[in-house]
Each structure stands twice: as C-alpha cells, then as structure tokens.
Design a protein around this ligand. Structure first.
Ligand code: ASP
Length: 210
C-alpha cells in the first residue's frame, strides 16, 4: 500500500493466516519505520498489532474456480486485487493484494508487495498492477509509469500503455489500473482479460476509462 500525499509505503510478503494482509501492510506503513516485512516477522508483527487472524482456514478460503464460471479453460494461473483512489482534495493512494501465482516455489515474492514494481502512489498518480510478477519487477512497472509522466511528460494513458508494451515485448502479460491527480483513469491490459471497474464521482461504475 502506498499513500501518495506523504509517499509513505508499507508491505508484507509471504504472510499467512491473517484476514487482511492490506491492513497489515498499512500498519507497517503507519506504525513502523520500515516498508516491507516478510514471513514469520510479518506474522509476529500482525499478531502484536492485534490484527484479525483467520480462525478456520477451511471455512475462510474458497477453492480456486469454485462458484465461478468465467475462468479460462486451463484454470486460473494467478489472482490479484488492486485499488487506486483519489479523494476530493486530489490525494492519491494505491494498494495491491495477491496470493501470487500458481506453481510458485515456496518463498517466492512477486511484484505485488514490492513498492515500485506493482504498487505506486505519489502526488501525481496512483498505480496498481497485475500479471506475471517477475516481468513487472524487472520493468519497475508501477514506478516507471510515474517516471514516464514526471520526466518524460507523457500522459497517463501513454505512460501506462508504454510500460505494458515493454512487458509484452519481453514475453510478459498483465495489466494495470491507474489514476492521476486530475482524475484521469487508465485500465489497460495485455493479458487475455482483466476484471476491472471504476467508480466515478457521480456514482456511476464503468469498465472502460471514460
Ligand atoms: N502479480 C502477481 C504475482 O506475480 C499475480 C497477479 O497479478 O495475479 O504474484
């Protein structure tokens, strides 16, 4: 999670057993001098902070694909939830949460928990990415969108598309959601699909950038 107005950030990786990893990440941001806690240390911190633990994993988790009819025939390969927001004062924030990718090696950390790779917010924009994390890490994808805008004077749209083009040219796939300080929205993807939606100020919900 990253708060654009203060440029503070917090993250957890390889954390198991807590209801909301994003709440743990936020506590790292707000209550420690650190940015990223991993594994047992992250769990101990979450326990110390009194953050909600999952009492019964069997009743908490839904098996992949259950109750859903729109997965690819080959089955899901990864799944991430991202959110970018702008308040009425123009302040931006981004958050990304994931279980990672199927078939990963134990201990693998993807892009979602890495500030700059899949999550970024500053005074100008907020970005959250999804896809094959290794490609997003190697492109510093979320920060790259920001820097293309800041140093290259690119529009949000062009910056977002350019980063995804770079990832596609290396064989990666995925997408991102992004929002700038003026309220411009971008939701491009180079994967087969990307579930997405934007809630506008007037209360309408759209799946394409207006
Ligand atoms: N980016 C995530 C990862 O590589 C997966 C996803 O976005 O679904 O861990």
């Amino acid at each position: 999670v990253m708060d654009g107005s203060s440029c503070r950030a917090g993250a957890v990786a390889a954390l198991q057993g807590f209801v909301s990893p994003i709440n743990v990440a936020r506590a790292v941001m707000e209550r420690t001098p650190h940015v990223l806690l991993a594994g047992e240390g992250a769990a101990a911190f979450a326990r110390d902070q009194g953050l909600a633990a999952i009492a019964d994993p069997n009743s908490w988790f839904t098996g992949a694909g259950e109750f859903e009819s729109n997965h690819l025939p080959i089955g899901p390969t990864h799944g991430t939830v991202g959110c970018v927001v702008r308040d009425t004062a123009g302040r931006l924030a981004a958050a990304t949460s994931t279980a990672g990718v199927f078939g990963k090696l134990p201990g693998r950390v993807g892009d979602s928990a890495l500030i700059g790779a899949s999550t970024w917010a500053d005074c100008q924009l907020a970005v959250s990415c999804t896809g094959q994390g290794e490609f997003f890490i190697r492109a510093a994808a979320a920060a790259q969108v920001a820097y293309r805008m800041r140093f290259g004077a690119q529009s949000l749209d062009l910056a977002a598309q350019s980063v995804l083009r770079e990832i596609a040219s290396r064989g990666g796939a995925g997408g991102l959601i992004a929002l700038d300080k003026n309220g411009n929205i971008a939701m491009p993807f180079i994967s087969t699909g990307m579930k997405r939606a934007a809630l506008l100020l007037d209360g309408t919900i759209v799946s394409e950038a207006p």
